[in-house]
Design a protein around this ligand. Structure first.
Ligand SMILES: Nc1ncnc2c1ncn2[C@@H]1O[C@H](COP(=O)(O)OP(=O)(O)O)[C@@H](O)[C@H]1O
Ligand SMILES: [Mg+2]
Length: 232
């Protein structure tokens, strides 16, 4: 696909994010971030611990709002969009994969992939179940569908997390050190999945990683330093 021809899935302009310091004063983490990601495009974000990578992903995915500047997600400005509408926007457009899987521990792998779909208008439980089975099959966990997170290996938990993130067919997948917690053997298959499943459905990917092999697979790599992005 000619990614330049398509409208951005997400676009950030002049993003600033500051936090109140517990002792008083403020900490300016992002100081003018510009970034556009188009359908089927992948961007790796690298940078030192504490430089604001997770903060940036949260802003791109409308989990948080910028202090100033603009994030346009699905054409909507997240800073001025009301809470309820923002939740809807996030469900419609965004999938997240975190370093630690964040699966619901009292639910099976199948339920973890099925449940987020039920919050989307018009999806029946039967449809959500079919989709969850299809995704668990795609991440090669068909025979672990009834297992709870504690009954899965770290690599398997992350594969369920990927299946869950893709359940609502997000236009944007955000992955925050998705293999940061995995052993070497589980890492490569997880990266394969992220890319093969994304390409299949034309989603955009922003991935924070310390893994050079993962960063090298992305279309481009950006380094966050001093609160702004630089080409890496
Ligand atoms: N809610 C918050 N309140 C205050 N400081 C925060 C908050 N969230 C993050 N920070 C600070 O912002 C900086 C960037 O955090 P983060 O985006 O998690 O970094 P990274 O993901 O690059 O390691 C860190 O110094 C962190 O302590
Ligand atoms: Mg982080």
């Amino acid at each position: 696909m000619n990614v330049r021809a398509a409208a951005p899935v997400v676009s950030a302009r002049g993003l600033h994010r500051q936090f109140a310091r517990p002792g008083g004063g403020s900490l300016e983490v992002l100081r003018g971030v510009d970034l556009e990601i188009r359908p089927a495009e992948s961007v790796a974000v690298v940078g030192a611990s504490g430089c604001g990578k997770s903060t940036l992903l949260h802003l791109l995915g409308a989990l948080d709002r910028p202090s100033s500047g603009q994030v346009l997600l699905g054409g909507k400005d997240t800073r001025t969009t009301a809470d309820g509408e923002l939740t809807r926007l996030r469900r419609q457009h965004v999938g997240f994969v975190f370093q630690f899987h964040h699966l619901l521990r009292d639910f099976s792998a199948l339920e973890n992939v099925l449940l987020p779909q039920l919050s989307v208008n018009g999806v029946t439980k039967a449809q959500a179940t079919d989709r969850a089975r299809e995704l668990l099959d795609a991440v090669e966990l068909k025979d672990r569908a009834a297992h709870r997170p504690a009954q899965l290996s770290g690599g398997e938990q992350q594969r369920v997390a990927v299946a869950r993130a893709l359940a609502n067919r997000p236009t944007l997948l955000l992955a925050d050190e998705p293999s940061g917690n995995l052993d070497d053997e589980s890492t490569e298959p997880l990266h394969d999945l992220l890319f093969s499943l994304l390409v299949d459905q034309g989603s955009a990917l922003a991935v924070v990683t310390h893994d050079k092999r993962l960063a090298d697979r992305a279309d481009r790599t950006m380094k966050l330093r001093g609160g702004v992005l630089h080409p890496a």
